[in-house]
Design a protein around this ligand. Sequence first.
Ligand code: ACO
Length: 308
Amino acid sequence: MAGIKVTGWGIAVPEKVVTNDDLTATLDTNDAWIVERTGIRERRVGGTTSGLAIEAGQKALDKAGLTPADIDMVVLATTTPDAMVPGTATTVQNALGINGGAFDVNAACSGFVYGLVTAAGLAAVGARRILLIGSDTLTRITDWDDRSIAVLVGDGAGAAVIETVEGESDLLSWNLNADGSLKHLLYCEHGGFLVMDGKEIFRKAVRVVVESAEKAMADAGLGVDDISLFVPHQANLRIIQAACQRLGISEEKSAIVIDRYGNTSSASIPLALVDAIDNGRVKPGDTLLLSGFGGGMTWASAVLRWGG
Ligand code: ACO
């Protein structure tokens, strides 16, 4: 069965920076509270889900040294599609000039890891090169008068080119989960705004991230000391710290960008991963642990060997 490797990557974020101090102009909040409770200092705001995805996707193609004609599938993880119909992946496919299939995956903030496993499945049944993108514009479904959510969210996209390889896959293991009985913890009705039970999500997130990360490591036959870099979903620095502590992973071994981008949902794991790559923190042969959680609830982990 064909395996996969990641051969290209890229990100896109809107130019507009909104700092915590900027938010205090309209919200009863302050920089000290936001930094202490979430680790967020600023976020990027603007653009569309397709626009950011197209920019990140093009960068990933360039990095892989491929043209659109080389790609046979676009998988777009998003929870904020441009429209209900059509799927945003088709807009991205058309703009990039790709021929082949295109569809959205909605697993909220776990979307990128769900998309990665989906891409590996497509590779196993014959797809040769897949453009995987996580893109979200949570600020479009946020009530800017609701301080419990408005301080948390940001917009962005991250993309990866996934190529088929014969022999051993760089995806060493995966673990996908969902519990629909928890949908009341985080949801957005048609035309509405995000509603969240932050405290309960916090509690559940730490538990499920640790559980699924441990399962993924066990399935890969690896222990925590074998992990070179932990790339968690960026929802709250305190969730990342609590998960690190319970997993026995030092914070220095974690990719953290929440201070600059806030919670960007499906984009947060690739934004953190590409930041680590750009800063020379990922070397060929490294073993990465990706873990996300989000609305649904969904949660997902994957262990990826970095081919580079
Ligand atoms: N600024 C200032 N004060 C605030 C703010 C704010 N933005 N928000 C709440 N407060 C106040 C509350 O009113 C409360 O005041 P009180 O003590 O007088 O009642 C106090 O601060 C403490 O509020 P808590 O809700 O208890 O704060 P907590 O430490 O739980 O932090 C937070 C809240 C940051 C939301 C946290 O619970 C969290 O991060 N949860 C997880 C969120 C998450 O991971 N969501 C998943 C994805 S989110 C998404 O996709 C949009």
